[in-house]
Every structure is written in C-alpha cells, then in structure tokens.
Design a protein around this ligand. Structure first.
Ligand code: G3I
Length: 372
C-alpha cells in the first residue's frame, strides 16, 4: 500500500495540472457524472515495475476528442497509431506518400514526450492495391525497401520498436505454418528474413519485432499457432536474422473460455529462452455474445485481463503492455464484422468512466492480490 500512496502522490503532482486543463474543455464535450476518482496513472503503475504502458491512438481520437487526448496524456507513456502508420494509409496510390496523418500523431507524441510503437510495416491487410499488384508483377524487393527507407527514419526519434512483420502465421496455408500472403507469393518464406534485414538497415537503433495473434487459448488451432510461431522464431534465429522480439497482440476473447495459463507461460518461456524481448501490443477483450448485467460483464472482462497480466508480467523481458485503445467508444471490436456493437473490452467506457478492467490493469502492475 505504501508504493500505491507514493505513486498517487506523484500522480497528483505530475498530472493534475495538465489533466485539469485538458479536462475542463473535455468535460464540456463529454459531460460525465459520478466518476470514480482516477487511480494511479497506468503509465506510473507500469513504470513502478519497469514496464511501459501505452494505448492505440487513432486520428479520430486526435482530431475529435479532447477527452481522448487528455486521457491518453495522463495514462500512457506510449501510443500506437491504430491505422495511420500502415502502408495503405501512407501510400494509397503509387509514387505518392502522404505522411500528414502519421506526422500529426507523431507530433502529438513528440510534443508531450511520449514514445510511439511503429505499427506495422508488412501486413497482408495493410498493403495498398498498387503495391500488391507491383509485387505480383515484378517480384522485386525495391518497392519494399523504398517504403521502409521512407518511413522508418522519419520517426526514428520516437519509435524504439517496430512491428516489422505482422501476422505471418496462419493455420492450413503451408506446412511450415506460414500465411500465404502477397509477400510469400512474390518472394517465398525468406520475405520475413529480408524484411528484418531491410528494417535493420533503415533503422539500426530500433528493436525489430514480429507481431502475432491467436496465442492465448486452449484449442488445436491456437496450440498449432504457438508451435508454428516458435518454429519460425527458431529458424530466424538460426539464420542470424536481426529479430529482437515478439509482439503478442493479445486480443482476448471470452467466447473461447479462460486464457490457457500453461500454454501462454510455455510460449513466453520458450521465447525468453531464445533471448528475445516481448511486448503485449493490442490487449483488449471480445465479450461473449450473451447478455448479462453490465457489472457481471465488466467483471468477466477484468478477471480475464488480470489472469493474462499475471502470467505475462512474470517475465521481466515483457517490456511493454499496450491496450488496443482506452475507451470502448473507439474500440475496433464494435465496428468490425462479427464484432459486438456494445463491446466493453477496454479500460474505460463510452463516457470515459473507469471500469474494473482499468483497476485490474493497475492492480496487476502494482502486484496487488488477485481475486481471479
Ligand atoms: O477514417 C476513415 C474514414 O474517413 C473513411 O470514411 C473510412 C472508409 O472505410 O475508413 C476510415 O479508416 C478506417 C480506419 O480503421 C480508421 O477507423 C479504415 O478504413 C480501416 O481499415 C481501419 O481499420 C483498422 C484495421 O486495423 C486495418 O488497418 C482498425 O482501426 C484497427 O483497429 C485494426 O487494427 C489491427 C492491427 O493493426 C493488427 N492486429 C489486428 C487489429 C484489429 O484488426
């Protein structure tokens, strides 16, 4: 409890003035009643155990919500552009790159002393149409190298860690467990090696990560995904590929039961034994489809997050935890196909009231007794 009081003291001294100024204007925008007192800022709670806490941050949050900006400033040490730093956003058409949106988010980070995660360079869902066609027609790596060389140095002052390859694993595509995407089609499985070497050349100081999802539950599919990820990492390490770590997206899903402690622990143990870093990169919770009271739903979300955090925080090389947003108001889970329009899988609700998930994150960082 003494550490909590100490951190609360820092929180009040550090954030209250900034928060008060932002909040006055933000409150005019989104009036909130009966708000629980803000706890210790999540970035402070994480910092107390030498981890970094951050959140996804969108153009909508930057441009349309003073509350989103204020809460991001008080809670987060880092931000991850949710869309703005992806290839299809930066270069929707050939021979022209528009950094306006990415620069705006980067300048928000620079202005307020925040770090930024580089998300993400090669992703099968983030390839602009023209680039996909060029890869297929020419099978030349130059277009990838030009893209990396244009983007990575531009943000090198605030990006310590890049998701170089995102979602390389897919079950049922190939015997080696890799996804058959545009890069695989054009270059074969060595595209992953080339991506990391090209990224190392473009940003020698940055940590280079492989980012993956579907690794948290007890099922044949997720067991195979964990195994295929480890095999890929072993191959990359055996070839001396400059990979520094693994991003665990951690999109938890209450429809799949509870997180599989042994499976997650074993995965992180084996990644750690390869001397790789680990980041939790997109933590949120997809609720089950059934109803239930808000209190019961929020409790179930918080308990799952705490179970997950208690496993991953056992590993000192888990350097950061990023939630895929702060408020349910902006959660992709509400808008994606198959999503739940009223999903409550982030730390704050639509009106920025803190929820049990936020308390669970704080308690996990502070090592407080868990009740799950
Ligand atoms: O803002 C424009 C809007 O002006 C336009 O009218 C509309 C038309 O489609 O598009 C809007 O941009 C959308 C953007 O999100 C901002 O909301 C893009 O179409 C849409 O593709 C984009 O989706 C993002 C998605 O990745 C694809 O990049 C989601 O926000 C983002 O949450 C999601 O994040 C991914 C991670 O990068 C990787 N892991 C899975 C995760 C969830 O899919």
């Amino acid at each position: 409890m003494r550490r909590r009081r100490f951190l609360q003291g820092i929180a009040a001294a550090t954030f209250q003035p900034a928060l008060s100024a932002c909040m006055r204007s933000a409150r005019e925008e989104e009036q909130v009643e009966d708000e629980e007192p803000e706890g210790i800022a999540l970035q402070l709670a994480a910092g107390s155990i030498n981890r970094m806490y951050g959140s996804a941050f969108s153009e909508m949050m930057l441009n349309a919500s003073s509350r989103a900006r204020a809460m991001t400033l008080t809670q987060c040490a880092s931000i991850t552009p949710e869309w703005s730093l992806k290839w299809d956003r930066l270069a929707p058409s050939a021979n022209s790159t528009d950094f306006t949106a990415a620069d705006a988010i980067a300048n928000f980070a620079r202005t307020h002393g925040k770090r930024m995660r580089g998300h993400t360079l090669l992703w099968h869902q983030g390839v602009p149409t023209w680039a996909g066609e060029q890869l297929q027609n020419t099978r030349e790596w130059d277009v990838v190298r030009s893209y990396f060389n244009a983007v990575m140095p531009r943000y090198g002052d605030i990006v310590d860690e890049w998701d170089v390859v995102n979602e390389a694993i897919e079950i049922g595509h190939r015997p080696d467990g890799l996804r058959h995407n545009q890069f695989m089609e054009a270059f074969g499985p060595e595209y992953i090696d080339w991506a990391f070497w090209t990224a190392r050349d473009a940003a020698p100081q940055a940590r280079l990560y492989l980012n993956e999802y579907g690794l948290e539950y007890f099922s044949a599919e997720e067991g195979a995904r964990r195994l295929n990820l480890l095999r890929l990492l072993e191959r990359l390490k055996s070839r001396g590929v400059p990979i520094d770590g693994v991003g665990l997206q951690a999109h938890l899903d209450l429809r799949k039961g509870k997180v599989y402690r042994e499976g997650i622990y074993g995965l992180l143990r084996d990644i750690t034994n390869m001397e790789l870093g680990i980041s939790v990169t997109e933590l949120d919770v997809r609720e089950a489809d059934s109803g239930g009271s808000l209190e019961a739903r929020d409790r179930a979300v918080a308990d799952e997050v705490r179970r997950y955090m208690d496993i991953v925080l056992q590993f000192p090389n888990v350097g950061s935890v990023t939630t895929w947003g702060l408020s349910d108001r902006y959660s992709w889970l509400r808008y994606k196909d198959g999503g739940r329009r009223d999903n409550r899988g982030l730390p704050y609700d639509d009106k920025w009231r803190r929820k049990p998930m936020r308390s669970a994150l704080e308690a996990a960082f502070l090592g407080q007794q868990s009740t799950t």
